[in-house]
Design a protein around this ligand. Structure first.
Ligand code: G3H
Ligand code: 13P
Ligand code: ZN
Length: 332
């Protein structure tokens, strides 16, 4: 058993309480590689932001769970080396799919876990979430749960259709499970194709797709039922069109990729939404930089040559999100 406290990590409790009160959201960035981890930490230190580094089941399979945990421990030391005396870094399991996975993460130094029972019937979701909460709270680890279904297809997380969270269910769910935060479905979805062309309108000037607005009425109704309770938004990448254009210009094929407009995320961050999940935007920033680099330097084959601009592009993107969208800068 490794306690996250020994690794210098923190759980989400105080962080979320402060964010809800302060009207901003904590960035939750997924990481799979060393370059993503470095870029996340550099961005958080430069902006003096708390940060959640999250690991999916796919990341654990790709990078190895032990390596990821030591990377998170390294991240704390790296933040200190960069001049941050008291970094606020959470190591979080993203979309935990079973009690066993959550327990294994808690036992190996995670400070926060998500148990994603959103595909289960309501009562079973409660039962599973409560079991995880009971174990996690013994170790002062915080738990994110989910109600409602996000559409979208990812390696490990997929659903054909979205079902908004039912506001009438949230009080019973939060009370019976004892979860610390709740991920809800209000129209966001995973991946770089969040909406079909049929769900969008087209901007006559640019020809780009304009997505439909998020269901802020549902968010409002949930806030009313659970005043001050920490709410989480998954699937919140904006799919920056300059990245998509660069990828397509240099040989990629991402037609009609579309994300959540930043002004909608800005609005959400000011509400009880205190954790906003971003993964796809990091993938896009990295891919755009690498494709451009290869097109301009066909003779390069040292990974450091193309991963340096890729890391820089991700860092810039993270800083942009922190300062211009979530408002979590200067909150340490
Ligand atoms: O919610 C999904 C995250 O973007 C993680 O994706 O399962 O492909 O690592 P992944
Ligand atoms: P995006 O695919 O929009 O980046 O969402 C990531 C996410 O929700 C991770 O849990
Ligand atoms: Zn997610």
């Amino acid at each position: 058993m490794v306690s996250y406290k020994k690794l210098g990590l923190v759980n989400t409790k105080k962080m979320f309480a402060k964010a809800v009160k302060g009207g901003y959201a904590i960035p939750a960035f997924n990481f799979n590689t060393m370059e993503q981890m470095q870029a996340i930490i550099q961005a958080a230190v430069e902006t003096k932001s708390p940060v959640i580094m999250q690991v999916s089941k796919g990341a654990r399979k790709y990078a190895n769970p032990t390596i990821l945990r030591y990377m998170a421990e390294g991240a704390v030391q790296y933040a200190k080396e960069l001049g941050c005396k008291k970094p606020q870094i959470v190591l979080h399991l993203d979309h935990g799919d079973s009690y066993e996975t959550c327990k294994s993460c808690i036992d190996s130094g995670f400070s926060s876990v998500m148990i994603d029972g959103s595909s289960l019937p309501f009562k079973e979701n409660i039962k599973l979430t409560k079991k995880v909460v009971n174990y996690a709270h013994k170790h002062d680890v915080t738990v994110e749960a989910e109600l409602g279904v996000l559409a979208g297809v990812e390696d490990e997380v997929s659903a054909a259709e979205s079902h908004y969270t039912k506001p009438e269910e949230v009080v019973e769910f939060a009370t019976k499970t004892g979860c610390d935060s709740l991920a809800i479905s209000i129209g966001t979805s995973h991946g770089a194709y969040k909406f079909t062309a049929a769900q969008c309108t087209r901007d006559p000037k640019t020809g780009k797709l304009v997505p439909p607005p998020l269901a802020f009425d549902v968010l409002k109704a949930i806030e009313k039922k659970l005043p001050g309770f920490p709410i989480v938004l998954h699937g919140s990448s904006s799919v920056p069109q300059d990245c998509v254009d660069t990828i397509n210009k240099y040989g990629g094929k991402l037609p009609d990729a579309v994300g959540i407009p930043e002004e909608q995320l800005r609005k959400a961050a000011k509400s009880a939404v205190c954790k906003i999940n971003i993964d796809s935007d990091s993938r896009l920033a990295m891919t755009a930089a690498i494709r451009k680099h290869f097109a301009e330097h066909p003779d390069h084959f040292d990974p450091r040559q193309y991963l340096t601009p890729a890391r820089e592009a991700m860092k810039e993107m993270y800083i942009h999100k922190i300062v211009k969208v979530l408002g979590s800068n200067n909150k340490l």
